[in-house]
Write a protein that binds this ligand. Structure first.
Ligand code: THU
Length: 161
């Protein structure tokens, strides 16, 4: 018998003045996208911004629905839009943030499992790590070097026939 350990590293910017300019700019675009979210049911607005290898940035946000399961998270809305617009261009980085209008978020948002799986698909498709930058309304910002670090031991296309 043996044990397998899974380890992920997160770079933490405790002070936002430490954040490199290109990353800060992507966070700012995610923050603007969060303000455009359609979240009349949860009142929790999430924004994402994806930087592509061609320099384009695609933004998106959560889209809710009166039939709750029909809604979609910001990360998937944005990833699908980016892939629909630029199917052959790898993603280099995604920034995700959120607005809780009642209790401001003091820690970075944590993407749900389905969004992690969707982002992992594009990481695998292009064979290029997608950096992940997570922030709240205040407090530290987390920076992961790839989606796989957010979703270790993932199901992937290699299992399929
Ligand atoms: N949501 C996102 O858009 N991204 C996340 O990472 C977590 C949750 C959305 C889904 C729903 O519209 C609202 O936030 C509350 O769960």
């Amino acid at each position: 018998m043996k044990t397998i350990s899974l380890e992920s590293k997160i770079l933490v910017y405790e002070d936002r003045s430490e954040i490199p300019a290109d990353i800060a700019a992507l966070i700012a675009q995610a923050e603007e996208a969060a303000k455009r979210a359609y979240s009349p049911y949860s009142h929790f607005s999430v924004g994402a911004a994806i930087m592509l290898n061609n320099g384009q940035v695609v933004t998106g946000n959560n889209q809710e629905n009166a039939v709750y399961p029909c809604g979609l998270c910001a990360e998937r809305t944005t990833a699908f839009a980016a892939s629909a617009l630029y199917p052959e261009v790898p993603f280099s980085m995604i920034a995700v943030t959120a607005i809780n209008p009642v209790t401001p978020l003091t820690e970075p948002i944590s993407p749900c499992g389905s969004c992690r799986q969707v982002l992992y698909e594009y990481e695998q498709k292009f064979g290029q790590p997608i950096q992940v930058v997570l922030s709240g309304q205040e407090g530290p910002v987390y920076h992961l070097r790839c989606v796989a670090d957010l979703l270790p031991y993932t199901f992937h296309a290699g299992f399929l026939p």
